[in-house]
Design a protein around this ligand. Structure first.
Ligand code: SAH
Length: 241
């Protein structure tokens, strides 16, 4: 997909959750987001995605978008004027959607922020490349820097996909009623309890008896205990929060 054509439309007003991704690699989209849960929802018009090619605003015969870093050092930086022109074209004044910049310096993405975004009108997401973007455009276009973790990717595209995948599954109608996502890890500040399914016996291990007892109160208590124990041993930082 390239250009700024939405890949799905639902009625004249369009889907409630509409996303525009600014990237130097528009053909990377929808990519994995065109498959499975998110892909079906995209086809059904429950959300929309358009990839906007920043290079449309590049300069000269080669449509250059970057330049060397001021002060010296390795790597190139996405120019403020070019990125701002792309943002202004893809998300004109009055666009109510939050503007995000995928960035390892950003606030780490949480399920709470994902839920907030998923209940909004969508997002405009800027994907960095090279060493990143000129600092001035971040303030001037009020970009909210969002990180998906403490490691460095080669570009913001996969980070944007991670964020979108997390949001889209929470849009009403995307997941079945039963799988509302409310029990998942992080939703209650805890990691999720373990799951089991058939066969009842496998390689000498059986499903915990309590799960087969039919006693829903006891099962709920067991799950809470397991969730607490897992969180205590693996992610004590979550309990401190
Ligand atoms: N020089 C930068 C890293 C640039 S990586 C630094 O040290 O902070 C190139 C681009 O990949 C970034 O502009 C950003 O858009 C994206 N990116 C890399 N790691 C990321 C992460 N952990 N979360 C979100 N985006 C990331």
């Amino acid at each position: 997909m390239s250009g700024d054509q939405p890949s799905a439309q639902a009625g004249p007003a369009g889907p409630a959750f509409s996303c525009t991704v600014l990237t130097l690699y528009p053909d990377m989209f929808p990519g994995p987001l065109g498959q499975s849960l998110a892909g079906t929802a995209l086809q059904e018009g429950l959300w929309s995605l358009s990839a906007y090619d920043i290079r449309q605003h590049g300069q000269g015969r080669h449509r250059t978008v970057d330049d060397t870093t001021a002060g010296g050092g390795a790597g190139m930086v996405l120019r403020a004027d070019i990125l701002a022109a792309a943002i202004d074209a893809a998300s004109p004044a009055g666009d109510p959607r939050p503007r995000l910049l995928m960035s390892p310096r950003g606030k780490p993405l949480t399920q709470a922020r994902v839920r907030e975004l998923a209940t909004g009108s969508g997002a405009v997401i800027v994907c960095g490349r090279f060493e990143g973007v000129d600092e001035r455009v971040i303030g001037a276009r009020r970009l909210e820097e969002v990180s998906i973790g403490d490691y460095i990717l080669s570009g913001g595209e996969m980070a944007a996909m991670v964020l979108l995948d997390a949001c889209v599954r929470l849009i009403p109608g995307v997941m079945g009623k039963e799988a509302s996502g409310e029990d998942e890890s992080f939703e209650h500040g805890l990691l999720e309890y373990p799951h089991y399914t058939r066969p009842r016996e496998w390689e000498g291990q059986s499903i915990p008896d309590i799960l087969l007892s039919g006693d829903h109160k006891k099962i709920a208590q067991w799950r809470r205990d397991q969730a607490l124990h897992l969180t205590q041993t693996r992610r004590p930082d979550l309990l401190k929060r």
